[in-house]
Design a protein around this ligand. Structure first.
Ligand SMILES: *Cc1c(COP(=O)(O)O)cnc(C)c1O
Length: 530
């Protein structure tokens, strides 16, 4: 299996190259050159598999044995998910008949990004160790310096994914005083030698600009071998496809339905996914393209609704306004201007609704050119438009909904104190609440009959534990008699977190040169020579 770039200028990259470089040389994102199909007997063969066993089967369809031997892949998977608190890694919770919550937040930082980043950290270490073992005695040591900017969630998940990994140093920039206290504590209380938190005077955008500047600085990049863990890394998408399969099997097991039976075929599986950079829902798209029975993937956005507007207008258009157009909402991990992973879906739309004359390779190259053109327009004019048939094609599997802060808060309240007595109370975090509100709107709009009185089952992906976003949860529930955040929501792991020892370097100006000095000083202190 080889990988190509969505912008058409690069192909035949191995999995290792795609993962270690992150972004294509033409600025595009890596996609597999074919989407593999599932083995014919997958429903019977996998029906009782654990998350880890499913992961090995699915990942090995994209990673050849020559890239990572199966025994090694198994070890990587086992160690990646041994850090999760839930036995089935991503358990499914039944709220009521036909409505389920897939809990993706049982990893070390209590957010779904752990599912991918625990694996990515181990992959980096594995590839580096293997490369180093092939060097002659006294040869060079291959290392990676991961540099990233965060407004909260990605930073802590990256730090927990990379802490203590051999030959990897990680620097995470966050805007000083603009990250929630829990998130700041999660990042800065990790004391491993290879973890460096930089608290920068400035905004999140300033931090992000510095990171871009460092990646564009050839000399600095060559000296330190910069690596990225942002959501465009292919390995992150791949790791996330696993829980769609896991959800499918868990649901059928809980209903006592054999996946290979006619009864299973009658069910419509709908997934509602709180969406920002489009990584999570894109993983569902790959699962569907591989052959997982899927009726609809519901893209749930907050008021930063570029994706929702795309489906309504065929135009992919940046919002403008104060703060560069990004609106601060109750679900900050979804506050985006553009969705970086959407480019991957655009490639498939371009390929499948574009020209049809020519051989397969030529058509793939044309799709790359089309995407390249769209991205250029987006950069220069802030908008591009696609043809009707591209949106129609996308609508075959996707639907979209936009959820306001008021609706998010109302959903948190409605799920904590359900009117329907057959519904089990549940505390939603604000991101999950966006997905759940979108699912309820979709059920109403489409007048769906949910299982068992009809065919539809909605699975809402829960992307964070409610304790991570205490303010939104408390504000939504503090008028409910008897609600007690500490008792009802706060996990024991968070007790005392705010008072633990921290390690963080304050950087007084958002200046790339200053950041370079800090990074090099701390690398020397870590014992690294360059
Ligand atoms: C990152 C994140 C999202 C958005 O996921 P994408 O893959 O970027 O669409 C949603 N919720 C939470 C809590 C997140 O951390």
């Amino acid at each position: 299996m080889f990988y190509r770039s969505t912008r058409g200028q690069a192909k035949n990259y191995t999995f290792e190259e795609a993962v270690m470089t992150g972004l294509g040389p033409d600025g595009g994102l890596f996609i597999p050159q074919e989407i593999p199909s599932l083995p014919t007997n997958w429903r019977q063969a996998w029906s009782q598999y654990s998350f880890q066993q499913l992961a090995v089967e699915i990942l090995s369809l994209y990673i050849d044995d020559s890239q990572i031997p199966r025994a090694d892949l198994t070890k990587l998977v086992e160690s990646s998910y041994s850090t999760f608190r839930a036995e089935d890694v991503t358990p499914l919770f039944k709220v009521r008949d036909g409505l389920y919550i897939l809990e993706l937040f049982h990893g070390p930082t209590f957010a779904f990004k752990d599912v991918a980043l625990q694996f990515v950290g181990n992959l980096f270490e594995y590839f580096l160790e293997r490369k180093n073992s092939k060097e002659p005695a006294g040869g060079q040591t291959h290392r990676l310096t991961v540099v990233g900017a965060t407004s909260g969630d990605t930073g802590s998940a990256a730090i927990y994914g990379l802490r203590g990994k051999k030959n990897v140093s990680v620097f995470i920039l966050h805007p000083n005083g603009r990250v929630s206290p829990i998130q700041e504590a999660q990042m800065t209380t990790v004391l491993d030698k290879n973890v460096h938190n930089l608290s920068v005077e400035g905004t999140f955008d300033d931090c992000q600009d510095i990171v871009k500047n460092l990646f564009g600085n050839k000399e600095f990049n060559t000296r330190h071998h910069l690596g990225a863990v942002n959501s465009i890394n292919w390995a992150r998408i791949l790791a996330q496809t696993v829980y769609y399969f896991q959800a499918y099997f868990s649901l059928l097991r809980s209903l006592n339905i054999d996946p290979a039976s006619a009864e299973a075929d009658k069910i419509n599986f709908d997934f509602s996914v709180p969406t920002g950079n489009f990584g999570d829902v894109l993983a569902g798209y790959y699962a569907y393209r591989m052959g997982l029975p899927t009726n609809k993937l519901l893209i749930a956005t907050n008021e930063n609704d570029i994706l929702y507007r795309f489906f309504a207008s065929q135009a992919y258009e940046k919002q403008t306004g104060e703060d560069g157009g990004v609106k601060a909402t109750l679900s900050p991990a979804m506050d985006i201007l553009v969705s970086s992973n959407f480019e991957r879906l655009l490639w498939y739309l371009a390929r499948e609704t574009g020209p049809s004359e020519g051989n397969a390779e030529e058509l793939c190259d044309k799709a790359g050119q089309t995407v390249n053109g769209w991205m250029k327009e987006l950069k220069e004019e802030g908008v591009f438009r696609v043809a009707d048939k591209a949106v129609l094609k996308a609508r075959e599997i996707f639907d979209a909904a936009r959820v306001t802060d008021v609706e998010t808060s109302a959903a948190i309240r409605a799920f904590y104190e359900p009117k329907n007595t057959a519904q089990t109370p549940y505390v939603l975090d604000p991101h999950t609440a966006v997905g759940v509100a979108a699912a309820e709107e979709y059920i109403q709009r489409e007048n769906l009959k949910t299982y068992p009185s009809g065919p539809d089952v909605l699975i809402c992906l829960a992307t964070a534990h409610p304790a991570k976003f205490s303010e939104a949860v408390e504000n939504s529930l503090n008028s409910v008699a008897g609600f007690n955040f500490e008792k009802d929501v706060l996990p024991t792991e968070f007790h005392g977190l705010l008072n633990k020892e921290r390690r963080v370097t304050h950087v007084e100006r958002a200046d790339p040169q200053l950041i370079i000095q800090v990074i090099e000083k701390e690398l020397r202190e870590e014992g690294i020579s360059f």
